[in-house]
Design a protein around this ligand. Structure first.
Ligand SMILES: *Cc1c(COP(=O)(O)O)cnc(C)c1O
Length: 432
């Protein structure tokens, strides 16, 4: 399969190059040249299939031309060592719990898949000393770092905004050691992302180093996120509730929702999508006005969505031929400020017993606000509430159980390198 750049100013590349490069040389994002419609027989039988079986069919549609079936099967099975259960919350609203992986956020799926795929390519090429750069607003860093931990020939650099990730999130990528280095940037997530992008566009760095990116811009992270949309559908089929499905996706960089849009293109029967945002309402504004005005992100309690210039917006434009009217047919948007998010978490917990995290809360409320009686709403519960412990505990007024997996991370010693947000310093650091 070939991958083209959304900027269309560079030639198409193969899977390996798309994965290793991350970002296209013209600063665009890679897109698969074909989005295959899956056969009706697959949809007819999906209710009888396991998550791993479903995911393999989806993975095969993208990666089957480039990776041997047995290897791809192993990568899929190994990635999905956990389930994504659909849990009924109330009325016609369900939570797709994506937090049962090792770092308790949905990014484990893409992070683990990408780590395994890149490991395979590196072994195949006999490459050494590959540097993976990843900017994180909180959860990417841990998913990627844990996915790559101990993988030979790869060193991961996690850039995160100082003081803007939760204590537990920080523990998950600063305590690992080995081939993982955490870099604490005096700036915002957008600054971290800009540093990573600048590194890929820097000729000297690219000539001297083997750089690759693990942000949601990478196709090996982004496409596997389609797996669980299909798995959610299969679970609704089993409950005979699979008509008029609406997915509400807490969105920051818009990688997760874009994977859902791709699933729809593959024939997944989804009626529509909602992009649920915090106060960083750039996409909401775009749908209202037809104008895309990126701006610096503001800090919120749903910090993994504090993004002022969502990378994957370019992919959405590409999928819909730059037509805001076409986009509006499939996607609407909602946004909630911190006070509202707190109120949602508190009320939902009191009314239903279901504890939302601040990101999932936006997704849930967007369904509460906009779902009609004949629709079935699924919001993506993108992280476990205990990842935002202080915030969630102060909202509901009592303590939250911390899963054992999370407790383990909290025992480690934090280690990170401090940096300002200038590219010169970062470049120097990488070169030395
Ligand atoms: C990363 C993240 C998001 C945003 O996902 P995007 O793919 O960047 O839109 C939402 N919630 C949580 C918990 C996250 O970690």
């Amino acid at each position: 399969m070939k991958y083209y750049s959304t900027n269309k100013k560079t030639p198409e590349v193969g899977l390996q190059e798309a994965v290793v490069k991350g970002l296209a040389p013209d600063n665009g994002l890679f897109m698969p040249e074909k989005i295959k419609q899956l056969p009706q027989s697959f949809y007819d039988n999906i209710g009888n299939m396991s998550f791993q079986e479903i995911a393999y069919v989806v993975a095969d549609a993208f990666f089957g031309e480039d990776i041997e079936p047995e290897i791809l099967k192993d990568i899929v099975n190994d990635t999905l060592s956990f389930d994504t259960p659909l849990v009924h919350v109330n009325d016609n609203i369900y939570s797709l719990e994506l937090f049962h992986g090792p770092t308790l956020a949905f990014k484990d799926v893409g992070g683990r898949f990408m780590a395994r795929l890149l490991g395979y390519f590196i072994r195949k090429q006999g490459q050494k000393d590959v540097k993976v750069l990843v900017a994180t607003s909180g959860d990417t860093g841990s998913a990627v770092a844990n996915g790559f931990l101990g993988v030979e020939g790869i060193h991961v650099y996690v850039l995160y905004p100082k003081g803007k990730v939760s204590n537990i999130q920080e523990c998950q990528f600063t305590t690992l050691g080995q081939n993982i280095t955490a870099i604490e940037v005096d700036g915002t997530f957008d600054d971290c992302q800009a540093l990573v992008k600048a590194a890929f566009l820097d000729e000297k760095l690219n000539n001297q180093l083997n750089l690759t990116s693990a942000n949601s811009i990478n196709v090996a992270r982004f496409l596997p996120q389609a797996f669980y949309y299909f798995n959610a559908y299969a679970q609704l089929v089993r409950q005979e509730k699979a008509d008029n499905i609406v997915f509400s996706v807490p969105s920051g960089n818009f990688g997760n929702i874009t994977a859902g849009l791709i699933a729809k293109r593959m024939g997944l029967p989804v009626k529509r999508f909602i992009a649920a945002n915090n106060s960083n309402d750039i996409f909401y504004e775009y749908l209202q006005t037809g104008k895309y005005n990126p701006r610096p992100s503001v800090q919120t309690i749903a910090n993994a969505m504090d993004v002022g210039n969502p990378s994957n917006f370019a992919r959405i434009l590409d999928l819909y031929n730059n037509s805001v009217d076409e986009i509006r047919k499939d996607i609407s948007a909602e946004w909630y400020n911190d006070d509202k998010i707190k109120q949602i978490v508190k009320n939902t917990f009191e009314d239903t017993g279901y504890l939302l995290d601040p990101h999932g809360a936006c997704g849930y409320q967007a369904l509460k606000d906009g779902l009609s009686a004949d629709e079935t709403g699924i919001f993506l519960e993108t992280a476990h509430p205990a990842k935002f412990l202080e915030t969630v505990e102060s909202i509901i007024g009592h303590s939250v159980d911390i899963p054992d997996k999370l407790k383990e991370f909290m025992k480690g010693r934090k280690q990170s390198i401090s940096m300002n947000n200038s590219f010169a310093e970062f470049k120097d650091f990488l070169l030395n």
